[in-house]
Design a protein around this ligand. Structure first.
Ligand SMILES: Nc1ncnc2c1ncn2[C@@H]1O[C@H](COP(=O)(O)OP(=O)(O)OP(=O)(O)O)[C@@H](O)[C@H]1O
Ligand SMILES: [Mg+2]
Length: 279
């Protein structure tokens, strides 16, 4: 059965999509069959993985959620053999409105994923920057969630609001939903505030912050315009190293069956790709 993980943070521009694309790509090179669902009407994950918008305009996550097509018809292959994507476009804005009056509107995604749960090891869902109905659908369908967090001053404030929403979902429709981990993104080691906030978050969420930290890396911001994940764009980059390391941590966490991250830091290994494939 697939492990379903939402990439969620209602704050915009914190690295949700970058993490969704690159974590999914790195899991797939470890030969974990992975599906990335783009649940954001901006469609950034779809384009960032090289899909042409016209190729999926009639069959994407919007059509699957509203029940117009089966999910299998809304899944597309990527350049990586173990990675598929279920894209989205601006139509998805409509779903939020169309579903408002619908019965069991929170479980639409969960229901439409049922037929493919045995086809993947990981299903990652890239959420939009809000705690609206689409994000609620994602959290309702998920076993876990990863919070990409930019180590800025107000980071913790937004997190409290997100955790309150999760608590509500836990006590109503999805008691099994758990925080998989927080991943620090857009990190600048020379920035004192980043270091300070990072320490505070690690202190507050012991065992719940990935050791792998995603640095601010120009290659990571370039690769979506080439429709490639970082590992196909520049395998030598710091961004590649960081996401390979994150994928390894996630795989080891799953394998350990532990709730908390207990694995040692895995950054700066000599050959991360080889290292990950041997995991
Ligand atoms: N580690 C990084 N280094 C450099 N640039 C990055 C990094 N992570 C993300 N970016 C850039 O920052 C911008 C926002 O990132 P991204 O789209 O991943 O955030 P998001 O949380 O998905 O945003 P939204 O809330 O709008 O969906 C993008 O232009 C992306 O290329
Ligand atoms: Mg995004």
């Amino acid at each position: 059965m697939a492990k379903i993980i939402s990439l969620v943070n209602q704050k915009g521009g914190v690295g949700k999509t970058t993490t969704a694309i690159n974590l999914a790509a790195c899991l797939s090179v470890a030969e974990k069959k992975t599906l990335l669902i783009d649940l954001d009407p901006q469609g950034n994950a779809s384009v960032g993985l090289g899909l042409d918008k016209t190729s999926f305009e009639n069959s994407n996550i919007y059509h699957a959620i509203i029940g117009e097509v089966p999910i299998t018809k809304a899944i597309y292959k990527t350049e990586l053999p173990f990675l598929d994507v279920c894209p989205s476009d601006t139509n998805l804005v409509g779903a939020e409105i169309e579903l408002v009056g619908a019965l069991a509107r929170e479980v639409k995604l969960k229901t439409c994923l049922k037929p493919i749960l045995n086809d993947y090891e990981y299903i990652l869902v890239d959420c939009p920057p809000s705690l609206g109905l689409l994000t609620i659908n994602s959290l309702t369908a998920s076993n876990g969630f990863i919070v990409p967090l930019q180590t800025e001053y107000f980071a913790m404030e937004g997190l409290a609001q997100l955790l309150k929403t999760v608590e509500m979902i836990n006590s109503s429709i999805n008691p099994g939903l758990e925080l998989t981990g927080i991943v620090l993104t857009l990190f600048d080691t020379r920035n004192n505030l980043h270091k300070q906030v990072s320490e505070e978050i690690r202190h507050h969420f012991t065992g719940k912050v990935f050791n792998s930290v995603i640095p601010r890396n120009i290659k990571l911001s370039e690769c979506p315009s080439f429709g490639k994940p970082i590992i196909l764009y520049d395998i030598e980059s710091k961004g590649s190293e960081a996401y390979l390391s994150l994928a390894k941590e996630l795989i080891l966490l799953e394998r350990s069956g532990e709730k908390n991250l207990v694995v040692p830091p895995v950054m700066n290994t000599e050959n991360n790709l080889e290292n990950l494939q041997q995991t």
